[in-house]
Design a protein around this ligand. Structure first.
Ligand SMILES: NC(=O)c1ccc[n+]([C@@H]2O[C@H](COP(=O)([O-])OP(=O)(O)OC[C@H]3O[C@@H](n4cnc5c(N)ncnc54)[C@H](O)[C@@H]3O)[C@@H](O)[C@H]2O)c1
Length: 425
């Protein structure tokens, strides 16, 4: 394994996870940030990060950091950190193609003594069963003799200024005790919050995926309660506020579950479970409930419109927010599109406004034309779908002003006072 003074880092995949990591390593070690997307490399070389995770000054301060889309440049590195996407396919099965491609790229440049660390979220076993054979095949080297591997899951939360790479305990692991020590010390050098050295790569892989599953299932429970309480004529937020006064009642809230992690990662573990003939009833039931929430919101909005004597096919609804979470431009797997689609099923014309989102991306990924500046008094219902700070600051009266007089306001996120909205989850 490289001695500290010999370390030359490479970060493969410069997205939400890879870029902050490359910047942190690049303050401490010579670091090459590699990405197959040349446009991404070009913007980073201009010290611009469209994900808004890393500031211009932070990019300028990472003096040891270089960027390249040329895989040949990776040859000079000896510690590789892989941070490429791990999505699911149309059948909700793990799509390991980016991880396999990145492993091929690294395998081609791997040398004796090198270390490869995976950060992408996977299922227990993926690193050693899928990635290591590719590294061996491409490099002609022998695992745990010529090179070592580790897994250190990422826990950052896009848009969150408090929980950053440096302030979240980093779980680390390695393919041998020596590799685990090396990898743990490497992360300890950049993560102020410290590290937790797991006993194996599979333990570290399992830890990451269950963090997101735990959130998914807990949100699903609250979402199921929201569906029930709607039928019972109860306000879910009021029930949760009352129950939350008990010391051990967990503060989960109902809502849409989108994004690249929580709505996706459970399928990685359920896939692995299927391989060993185990049925993950609770996890998959949670997924089903959470995936149905957009449709539920749309139907409740339709009911509100009808209550206000509106005729859905001749109505227009304004949906505020498209990104999968507040104060961030990330559109991946946003479930707001389910609301838009279901409203469309009723013949309702829907305008979507989101000041955080790149309109070109919205068009390319979802075929949606964002409305840049919705006019006043033009809509038959207003749906606050994402609690961007701009929307919350407008308050219920500001949001209602987009609608015609008496227009219903639905607050998906439950951020406005219950007495000031017509419906919420
Ligand atoms: N975004 C999050 O909040 C978050 C949090 C924790 C863990 N994760 C996990 O981290 C991993 C990366 O997620 P992300 O959000 O950074 O993804 P992302 O889509 O933002 O970035 C991935 C980057 O990898 C690049 N890439 C794809 N294939 C490549 C290849 N073969 N070689 C080099 N570069 C390649 C892409 O061009 C892109 O720039 C995923 O497994 C994700 O589940 C994400």
């Amino acid at each position: 394994m490289p001695k500290p003074e010999q370390i030359r880092m490479a970060v493969v995949g410069l997205g939400y996870v890879g870029l902050p990591l490359a910047v942190a390593f690049g303050r401490r070690w010579p670091t090459l940030g590699f990405d197959v997307n040349l446009a991404r490399i070009n913007e980073l070389e201009r010290h611009h990060d469209h994900t808004l995770e890393v500031t211009r000054s932070a990019l300028q301060e990472a003096t040891w950091l270089r960027f390249s889309a040329d895989a040949g440049r990776l040859r000079d590195c000896n510690v590789y950190v892989v941070t490429v996407p791990t999505p699911i396919d149309a059948y909700k099965r793990p799509d390991l193609r980016p991880l396999e491609a990145a492993s091929r790229t690294v395998g081609e440049v791997l040398s004796h003594g090198d270390v490869v660390i995976y950060e992408s979220t996977v299922y227990p076993g993926a690193t050693e069963e899928v990635c290591v054979p590719i590294l061996e095949r491409e490099s002609g080297l022998v695992f745990n003799r010529d090179f070592h591997v580790g897994y250190s899951p990422e826990r950052i939360n896009p848009g969150d200024r408090e929980h950053r790479l440096e302030t979240i305990t980093k779980v680390t692991s390695g393919s041998t005790a020596e590799a685990a020590d090396f990898i743990d010390a490497l992360y300890a050098s950049i993560v102020g919050a410290g590290t937790h050295k797991a006993s194996s790569i599979r333990v570290a892989e399992g830890a990451k995926v269950i963090e997101n599953i735990q959130r998914d299932v807990n949100i699903a429970l609250v979402n199921e309660l929201a569906l029930l309480f709607d039928r019972l004529g109860l306000d879910t937020q009021e029930v949760l506020a009352a129950a939350g006064t008990k010391w051990n009642f967990l503060p989960f809230r109902p809502g849409l579950v989108g994004g690249h992690c929580i709505g996706v990662d459970p399928y990685y573990l359920t896939h692995k479970a299927q391989q060993v003939g185990f049925h993950t009833d609770v996890i998959l039931a949670g997924r089903r409930t959470n995936d149905g929430m957009g449709q539920h919101v749309a139907r409740r909005v339709v009911r509100l419109i009808q209550k206000h004597d509106g005729h859905p096919p001749s109505c227009r609804v304004l949906v505020l927010g498209l990104s999968f979470k507040e104060n961030c431009p990330d559109l991946r797997n946003t479930r707001v599109v389910d609301i838009v689609q279901e409203l469309g099923e009723y013949g309702i014309g829907v305008d979507v406004h989101d000041p955080w989102v790149d309109p070109v991306q919205a068009r390319q990924e979802y075929g949606l034309e964002l409305v840049d500046a919705p006019g006043p008094a033009g809509y038959d219902a207003v749906v606050l779908a994402v609690a961007h700070h701009q929307f919350v600051a407008m308050g219920a009266s500001g949001l209602r002003a987009f609608g015609k007089p008496g227009t219903p306001l639905f607050d998906v996120k439950g951020v406005l006072p219950g007495t000031e909205v017509d419906g919420r989850l």
